[in-house]
Design a protein around this ligand. Structure first.
Ligand code: AMP
Length: 349
């Protein structure tokens, strides 16, 4: 185990992702870390419930010693031990994103030599976070393509502000990994959508469906309405682009009080159009989230100009693994992001 790595939580994008990625990488590399200035520039600085749950969750799965694990904490110390599979539950306790907690804990367990059964509670459909559908339809299939054995199931949806969602994730020890390769343009894009809704009048979903059908010129069977169980009301419009059998992008907009259904649906329409108009196969959100899997198994993807989240996540990864862990090549607006094959996963399990 090396010396303590000090990380400035206000670096780059300066949000929760610096903390979450640092925790995953600390556990994966056996590196003790001190993170300071956590979310320093944010309206409510320090650890919110979601980040605190990610911290305690990461600590549970690698038997870490932790200092500073309290709400609002602006500095933490995390000294990881050995990774432990098994059954674990993580509850955010508010509508904070449970998928972000999962994306912290999951990389740690993906290469473990024992299986895990995980339950996450909190928000499953949050603005500014990957909705469960993004995680389940886009992110996890890419991990499976790399050879990881991981599956998720939604029990109950959790929307802001009531929360109370729940999903489970199972992992099994991975066989040999295949480097991820997402470089080709999307050859035959096909768009589908689903209006996810809980405890709201049926006309909301109908109006959203009508906008999507017309604006994206889709066949009626391409847009479904899914009523989900949830403790509180909620509405997410989810549209995804597939190429053959693979989902390559998933766009989401959220209904909220005072925001007309037509505007919510149009938001998703605009996102889908923007993705289809741009050539790179990997969209902005997927790009920052794929970086950790990429250093685990190696590979390359092509995306557009890097977001602040992606640039910051690359910086965090380089702090743990060195400059060559991620290489970015530029060609016009395109960015090819590469990690050497046989990456970090070689060293664990
Ligand atoms: P942070 O702002 O540091 O808490 O990180 C937010 C994370 O949520 C990043 O990984 C974003 O890419 C991701 N994210 C935000 N909005 C979406 C969205 N609509 N779909 C998928 N992921 C998202």
């Amino acid at each position: 185990m090396g010396g303590m790595l000090r990380i400035d939580g206000s670096m780059g994008e300066g949000g929760g992702q610096v903390v979450r990625s640092s925790l995953s990488l600390a556990a994966l590399t056996g590196t003790p870390i001190r993170v300071e200035n956590i979310r320093a520039g944010r309206r409510k600085p320090g650890l919110l419930r979601q980040h605190l749950t990610a911290l305690t969750g990461a600590a549970v799965v690698c038997d870490a010693e932790v200092e500073g694990a309290s709400l609002g904490s602006r500095a933490i110390t995390f000294t990881p031990g050995p990774v432990r599979g098994g059954s674990h539950s993580f509850a955010v306790g508010t509508a904070g994103s449970a998928t972000l907690v999962c994306q912290t804990v999951l990389p740690i367990l993906l290469g473990a030599s024992v299986a895990s059964e995980l339950t996450f509670e909190g928000g499953t459909h949050n603005p500014m976070a990957p909705p469960f559908d993004f995680f389940d339809q886009l992110f996890l299939p890419l991990l499976r393509r790399m050879g990881f054995s991981v599956h998720a199931e939604l029990g109950r949806a959790g929307f802001y502000p009531a929360g109370g969602g729940r999903f489970s994730v199972t992992t099994e020890p991975a066989a040999a990994l295949t480097p991820l390769e997402l470089l080709q343009s999307v050859a035959s894009p096909r768009v589908q959508a689903c209006i996810v809704q809980a405890r709201l009048p049926a006309h909301v979903a109908q109006r959203e469906r009508d906008v999507i059908l017309e604006a994206l010129e889709l066949a009626p069977e391409a847009v479904s309405v899914r009523k989900v169980r949830s403790p509180g009301p909620g509405n997410a419009v989810v549209a995804w682009v597939s190429d053959g059998d693979d989902v390559v992008e998933l766009c989401t907009a959220f209904g909220e009080r005072g925001r007309p259904a037509e505007i919510v649906a149009q938001d998703v329409v605009d996102q889908v159009r923007a993705y289809l108009a741009a050539d790179p196969p990997v969209g902005e959100h997927l790009a920052d989230q794929l970086l950790l899997p990429l250093v685990l198994g190696g590979g390359a993807f092509r995306t557009g100009p890097l977001s602040s989240h992606t640039r910051t996540n690359i910086e965090v990864i380089r702090m743990f693994l060195g400059e060559s862990a991620i290489v970015v090549e530029e060609a016009g607006d395109d960015r090819c992001v590469r990690a050497p094959a046989g990456g970090l996963a070689d060293g664990y399990g």
